[in-house]
Design a protein around this ligand. Structure first.
Ligand code: PLP
Length: 421
């Protein structure tokens, strides 16, 4: 690898103690194929600091109990910790009230909740739902499933050649038929940051609601649902240094209150009778949380958000921009490599294709050198088809990544490309 010239480092330093921060993540000390792990698949799942892992085991070791209904000490403690996370999510999103926070399995389930509850009640023939070309399958397929039942139309906001939303087309697509705009805040496949506040303003001008898929934004930038005037906002725990299997949906209170439950079972009821009309439901948000939730994971999500707050989400985003720029500058110098997604506002996602080298081969071979990147369609097949590719390689950054890791990745990439060409 000595034949590879590495660009001079940018002067920027992490705005936190990077060495100490890395030490909080036990997994970063492991080796893969005899090489130190360089984990650049953060857009798929970020790693978890010890305090999050400890929160999971602490729950099972000390106060494992079902929540809300128990009268004993363990149930009280579990309920307090669980509801504590709701307050933490409220603060994280700057929601007005913790009752606006519904726990879900993640972003996907949150969007399905809105589709099945709000959508079934409010959409029908003649209506339109606008999604964007940048959407993850999680924000496409729930609407398609519903559209085939209810007969509304889905329209797609296009992107320009850099992967930024075409705002002119958006304005033209909006009409009195538009009932909902469902867009991501940050694209997982390209890293494009969407101007959600403006999208929201324009949607509301037309009397439409806006649902924001914040899966890729929550780990990288401060979210203020009131400032964005988002009607619904969803994110996942496992992309924000938390556990898998948990996430949250924010909704405006009046909307949530008017929406029917979407799943039935324990926890979401007030009274149950064998006469269907005699069954009544709990208040928001509990009416959307049927069954025993992922208690340990919810509690650990609270710990993850506390960790993010401690580091500062703006500082994290700032550092990821340095990493992205350092990586982009170097990979652009590689012969035959094309970056897909060069929008002016981007989060820490670097998607690229290499002439004469299949993305899958690059992903497999670079793993042999200890570097974890993602290859494939990133659950955004329509977007990749739009750019004329089936798959890209994607490196995505998190708070704990270093400039040295970026250099290792670039050097490994050079080596792998030589092998496959
Ligand atoms: N939306 C975006 C933009 C994503 O990147 C992802 C996950 O990659 C999702 C939705 C789905 O998230 P989850 O699988 O946690 O529900």
């Amino acid at each position: 690898m000595s034949d590879i010239a590495i660009d001079a480092r940018p002067a920027a330093q992490a705005p936190f103690d990077l060495k100490a921060l890395r030490a909080e993540f036990p997994i970063l000390a492991r080796e893969v194929h005899g090489k130190p792990l360089v984990y650049l698949d953060n857009a798929a799942t970020s790693q978890t600091p010890s305090r999050v892992i400890d929160a999971l085991s602490d729950y099972y070791a000390r106060y494992n109990a079902n929540i809300h209904r128990g009268l004993h000490t363990l149930a009280d403690e579990a309920t307090a910790a669980f509801e504590g996370t709701r307050a933490r999510v409220q603060a994280f999103l700057n929601a007005e009230d913790s009752r606006q926070i519904v726990f879900t399995r993640g972003t996907t389930e949150a969007i399905n909740l809105v589709a099945q509850s709000w959508g079934r009640q409010n959409l029908g023939p003649g209506d339109e739902v606008l999604i964007s070309m940048l959407e993850h399958h999680s924000n496409i397929v729930p609407w398609q499933l519903l559209a085939s039942d209810l007969g509304f139309v889905i329209k797609v906001i296009p992107v320009d050649e850099r992967g930024a939303l075409d705002l002119r087309a958006y304005r033209e697509l909006l009409s009195e038929r538009t009932k909902l705009v469902a867009v991501n805040h940050v694209s997982n496949a390209l890293g494009t940051i969407n101007p959600v506040k403006e999208l929201s303003r324009l949607a509301h001008q037309q009397g439409a609601l806006i649902l924001v898929d914040g899966a890729q934004a929550a780990p990288h930038q401060a979210i203020d649902v009131q400032d964005l005037d988002a009607d619904f906002y969803a994110f996942s725990g496992h992309k924000v240094y938390g556990p898998t299997g948990v996430g949250a949906l924010y909704g405006k209170r009046a909307l949530l209150d008017a929406m029917p439950p979407w799943q039935g079972g324990g926890e979401m009821i007030r009274t149950v009778s064998f006469e269907p009309s005699g069954t009544t439901f709990a208040e928001t948000p509990h009416k959307f949380e049927a069954g025993t939730p992922a208690i340990a994971e919810v509690i650990a999500l609270g710990e993850a958000l506390a960790w993010v707050d401690g580091v500062g989400v703006e500082a994290i985003g700032q550092w990821e921009s340095v990493l992205l720029e350092h990586a982009t500058r170097q990979v652009c110098a590689i012969d035959g490599l094309k970056v897909i997604g060069t929008a002016p506002h981007k989060a820490g996602v670097l998607s690229f294709v290499v002439e004469g080298a299949h993305a899958q081969d690059i992903g497999l071979l670079i793993d042999q050198l200890g570097v974890a990147i993602r290859t494939g369609h990133h659950c955004a097949q329509p977007l990749l088809h739009h750019f004329g590719v089936e798959a890209t390689c994607r490196a995505s950054f998190a708070a704990y990544n270093t400039l040295e890791e970026v250099d290792t990745f670039v050097a490994a990439l050079h080596r792998v490309i030589k092998m496959v060409r």
